[in-house]
Design a protein around this ligand. Structure first.
Ligand code: C2E
Ligand code: MG
Ligand code: MG
Ligand code: MG
Length: 289
């Protein structure tokens, strides 16, 4: 498979198709052992407040350090994990790990964890979240769960009842990658989200002429404000993009302009030193990871 086109988009050329399927089978086999071999690790990307560039919290992002293939992107292996029915197990590991690590931070910041739609509707999910909180001692209001719109593709009644139980636990809910799914305004009517994350495809190129991205960002922000939800501009890379999303009223910023995802050790180090304020990092573009 070749990495081409947009960021994180894996384009499979026709001659690559067989190769791609083979690679996937190999990864699937290895993934079954990855957990026990300690090859999975959580990294943390700062989320910064738009008004003062102060650290608001971190998003936890899973990493697989494969012994031969090096770093394997979650864009690839989370889908593998879903296919082979390992998503609940990996998701539980990630949630526990994040709660344990965040509970040890010297500053009581929020931490966001991605939850796949399949994992979300697994029986006992809410109890699992509760156990992770109790086991780690992390205050529930420090935990934010990020869920994409595709969670609504199934049984919305069931989904909404899980949201309700999670809110009763005291955790926060964020709607991830907003605007990229089959968005329907109807579920926003009832769903108790605390935050909407504006997908990075809208932020990317929002400063260029000839597209509607900037108008779409404005619309999402005013919708969120009316619903009393926070907004995060994901994937903000350049100073121009930063200026634009701030002007459009986003309450929070996440992106390479402030920081890439860092290890827990690096996060701890920053927090211990009291480095809670960020600065935009110059005019360069930080596209390639
Ligand atoms: P996401 O939740 O939308 O996470 C944001 C992604 O954007 C991350 O990619 C992050 O590294 C990347 N990013 C942040 N700022 C910038 C920027 O300025 N420029 C660019 N080009 N990229 C930026 P990552 O870590 O590769 O994760 C990809 C996706 O994999 C995540 O998208 C999420 O859907 C999924 N994922 C990651 N960790 C987990 C996890 O623990 N569990 C589950 N179920 N899914 C996860
Ligand atoms: Mg996310
Ligand atoms: Mg996202
Ligand atoms: Mg995404």
């Amino acid at each position: 498979a070749a990495k081409g086109g947009g960021r994180g988009q894996y384009r499979f050329y026709s001659s690559d198709l067989k190769e791609g399927a083979k690679l996937r089978r190999l990864l699937e086999e290895d993934l079954r052992d990855a957990l026990h071999k300690d090859e999975l690790v959580m990294h943390y990307q700062p989320i910064v407040k738009a008004n003062d560039y102060k650290l608001s919290g971190f998003e936890a992002l899973i990493r697989w350090e494969h012994p031969e293939r090096g770093f394997v992107s979650p864009e690839i292996f989370i889908a593998c994990a879903e296919d082979i029915g390992m998503i609940a197990e990996i998701g539980e590991w990630a949630l526990r790990k994040v709660c344990e690590q965040a509970a040890e931070w010297p500053v009581e910041l929020r931490v966001a964890v991605n939850v796949s739609p399949t994992q979300f509707v697994t029986d006992g999910f809410v109890e699992m979240v509760q156990r992770a909180l109790q086991g780690s001692g992390l205050a529930p209001d420090r935990l934010e769960l990020e869920i994409t719109e595709s969670v609504f593709a199934g049984d919305d009644e069931h989904t909404l009842s899980i949201f309700k139980e999670l809110k009763e636990l005291g955790v926060r809910l964020a709607l991830d990658d907003f605007g990229t799914g089959y968005s329907s305004m109807s579920y926003l009517r009832n769903a108790p989200f605390d935050k909407i994350k504006i997908d990075q495809s809208f932020v990317r190129g929002s400063t260029e002429e000839g597209n509607n991205n900037s108008a779409i960002i404005s619309a999402i922000v005013s919708l969120a404000k009316a619903l009393k939800m926070e907004t995060v501009a994901e994937g903000t890379e350049t100073k121009d993009e930063l200026e634009l999303v701030i002007k459009r009223g986003a309450s929070h910023i996440q992106g390479y302009i402030f920081s890439r995802p860092i290890t827990n050790e690096e996060a701890l180090d920053r927090l211990e030193k009291g480095e809670l304020e960020y600065e935009p990092r110059g005019p360069e573009k930080y596209r390639a990871e």
